[in-house]
Write a protein that binds this ligand. Structure first.
Ligand SMILES: [Zn+2]
Length: 225
């Protein structure tokens, strides 16, 4: 049956668009071997942690992959974000969850929270591209996935022209925590797709810091090196 489906709708690798062979899923073997893993962890300091220094106190940040302007990672994130290929989020969440548990078995998270889309944007896209990634991570970490606690209050695009300080000042009010009590003294893993300037995650973290005793960890699919 799979072979028949394959002839009608050839399955392709989301990294290089080459046809997938038997037993290959989402990515061909070549792309799987080429994909640039950061090999960061939740223990040692890494360059992503430094994005938050002096802006908002977080415990630790980590990304699974390096994002480059061309190549496999850009292609798979594009398919996840704009082509409704949400199984890519499952795949990356599974992979990252496995690595985190291997590297740091004592890592404890209570809630996994995705960077929210504004409700208008969510309606337009039909899904939050981070949902399946966050759900898989929550499964691996034995945590609860919660996508209704942190909301985006205005449908504003990322400011890219203004300086970093202005951007983070301007963006922090765009996110709001709806229930401060439930997150009190909890370990939260905030998840997103790609870290570029970090302004969005800074703004979300500033909003989450309204919660008493909350500890913020950050996990993303990829980071721009
Ligand atoms: Zn490929």
């Amino acid at each position: 049956m799979n072979d028949i489906v394959n002839i009608l709708v050839p399955r392709v690798c989301f990294g290089c668009m080459a046809p997938l062979g038997r037993g290959e899923r989402l990515l061909c073997t070549f792309c799987r071997n080429q994909i640039p893993l950061t090999e960061y962890n939740f223990i040692d300091e890494n360059p992503i942690d430094r994005i938050f220094y002096g802006i908002v106190p977080i415990e630790k940040a980590n990304s699974l992959l390096f994002f480059t302007p061309n190549g496999i990672v850009k292609n798979i994130i594009h398919h996840l974000k704009y082509k409704n290929q949400q199984e890519i989020g499952d795949f990356l969440g599974d992979w990252f969850g496995y690595i985190i548990n291997e590297n740091n078995p004592t890592f404890r998270i209570d809630y996994v929270i995705p960077v929210p889309l504004h409700k208008k944007k969510l309606k337009k896209r039909g899904y939050n591209q981070v949902t399946t990634f966050g759900q898989k991570l929550a499964q691996h970490l034995d945590a609860t996935f919660k996508d209704n606690l942190l909301v985006k209050t205005a449908n504003t695009k990322t400011q890219t022209k203004k300086n970093r300080f202005y951007r983070s000042q301007n963006k922090q009010a765009l996110y709001k925590v709806l229930d401060l009590k439930i997150l009190c003294n909890k370990n939260v893993l905030l998840v997103d797709d790609v870290i570029t300037t970090g302004a969005t995650l800074q703004a979300c973290s500033i909003a989450l810091k309204q919660v008493e005793g909350v500890k913020i960890y950050i996990a993303t699919m990829a980071v721009v090196p």
